[in-house]
Design a protein around this ligand. Structure first.
Ligand code: SF4
Length: 324
C-alpha cells in the first residue's frame, strides 16, 4: 500500500458523460459514457501507462483529469489538493504542475507563433522572469529537448514531426511541472523517431523527477515506458498492475488478447494470437453485465447479468473479471 505522501495523483470514481440532445428543445435523451467510474493513483516519479483500443475513453480521461473537460463526477486529488471545485485562478496555479502533451504535434502548435513564443508562452502567462531572461530560459529548454537554442525565431512549419513534438515537450516542461499527461505522444510519428522521443521523456523524468500518465493504444510503447499499467475497455479500467506483472501474466481475457497481438522478435515463437470477434460496443448503450461479454471467449452465465468489480487477484494485481 502506497503512503499518501508518495501519491502525486489520486483519481477516485471519475466519470465523464456527454449528453445526447435532439429536438427543438434540445432534450437530453441519453449519454455517451466515455469515462465511467475510473480510479487509480500515480506515485511521484512514476509512470502509469494507460492502454486500450481507440474510442475506449483514454483521451477523455486525460482531458477530464486536468479539467480541460469538466468531469461529470468523481474526485481528483493532485499533490494533496482536491481540484474538483477549484476556481479558474486556483486551477491555473495547479496547472503549472500539471501539463499535457497532445498526440498531434502538427495541430497543437500555433503556426503563426515563433518557437520562442510558443515555448515561452507558459512562462509569460505565469510571469516567470523578465522578457530577456525568458528568452534565455527558452533557449535552454530547446537545448534540453535536443534542438538548437538558435531555433527561437523559427516557425513550426520549418520542423519535422519529431522536432515539433520536441517543441511541445519543451513547452510542457517550461514550468517544471510535477505531472505530465502524455496523450499518445508518439502515435503520429515515424517508428524511427518514436524511440528518440520516448528516450527523451525518460531522461526528462530522471532529470526533473516527473510523473507521467502515459496514454497509448500501442502496448509495446506502454510496456517500455511504464512502472504500472492500466488497461481500459469501454470507459472502465479492467486490469491494473505493475508493468512486469501485467505483461508476464495478463489475467483479463481482453488484456490477454491485446498482448497476444504484440509482435515478438523471435521467428521460432509459437505464441497464439487471440482474435476477438466483433467491434467495441457503443458507449451510448454498453452491453449489460460485463461490457466485454459479447467478445469474450471465456464468457459465463453470470457475465451477462452483473458487472465484475475491480478486485485484487493477489500481489496488488487488480482485475475486473468473474474468472478470478
Ligand atoms: Fe469474460 Fe466474464 Fe471475465 Fe467479462 S467477466 S471478461 S465476460 S469471463
Amino acid at each position: 500500500m502506497k503512503d499518501s505522501n508518495d501519491r502525486l495523483l489520486q483519481v477516485e470514481n471519475l466519470k465523464k458523460y456527454f449528453p445526447l440532445r435532439s429536438g427543438v428543445f434540445s432534450r437530453t435523451h441519453g449519454y455517451v459514457r466515455a469515462v465511467d467510474g475510473v480510479s487509480f493513483d500515480i506515485g511521484r516519479r512514476r509512470t502509469l501507462g494507460l492502454v486500450g483500443e481507440s474510442g475506449c475513453g483514454k483521451t477523455t480521461l486525460a482531458r477530464a483529469l486536468v479539467r480541460l473537460w469538466e468531469p461529470t463526477s468523481g474526485e481528483v486529488v493532485f499533490d494533496g489538493v482536491s481540484i474538483r471545485d477549484l476556481n479558474t485562478r486556483e486551477m491555473r496555479r495547479i496547472r503549472r504542475n500539471m501539463q499535457i502533451i497532445f498526440q498531434d504535434p502538427f495541430s497543437s502548435l500555433n503556426p503563426r507563433m515563433t518557437v520562442g513564443a510558443i515555448v515561452g508562452e507558459p512562462l509569460a502567462i505565469h510571469r516567470v522572469a523578465k522578457r530577456r531572461e525568458r528568452l534565455d530560459i527558452v533557449r535552454g529548454l530547446l537545448e534540453k529537448v535536443g534542438l538548437s537554442g538558435g531555433h527561437v525565431n523559427s516557425y513550426p512549419h520549418e520542423f519535422s514531426g519529431g522536432q515539433r513534438q520536441r517543441i511541445c515537450i519543451a513547452r510542457a516542461i517550461a514550468l517544471r511541472p510535477k505531472l505530465i499527461v502524455c496523450d499518445e505522444p508518439v502515435s503520429a510519428l515515424d517508428v524511427s523517431v518514436q524511440s528518440q522521443i520516448l528516450n527523451l521523456l525518460r531522461d526528462l523524468q530522471d532529470d526533473y523527477g516527473l510523473s507521467y500518465l502515459f496514454i497509448s493504444h500501442d502496448l509495446r510503447v506502454v510496456e517500455h515506458m511504464s512502472d504500472e499499467i492500466a488497461v481500459m475497455y469501454l470507459g472502465r479500467i479492467v486490469e491494473m498492475a505493475g508493468g512486469d506483472a501485467i505483461s508476464e501474466n495478463p489475467l483479463h481475457p481482453y488484456t490477454r488478447a491485446l498482448f497476444s497481438a504484440v509482435p515478438v522478435p523471435d521467428p521460432s515463437s509459437r505464441r497464439k494470437v487471440i482474435v476477438l470477434g466483433g467491434d467495441v460496443p457503443s458507449p451510448i448503450s454498453p452491453p449489460p453485465g460485463c461490457h466485454f461479454h459479447p467478445r469474450c471467449p471465456e464468457k459465463m452465465g453470470v457475465c451477462e447479468q452483473k458487472y465484475p468489480p475491480l478486485k485484487d487477484a493477489g500481489g496488488g494485481h487488480e482485475v475486473a473479471c468473474f474468472l478470478y
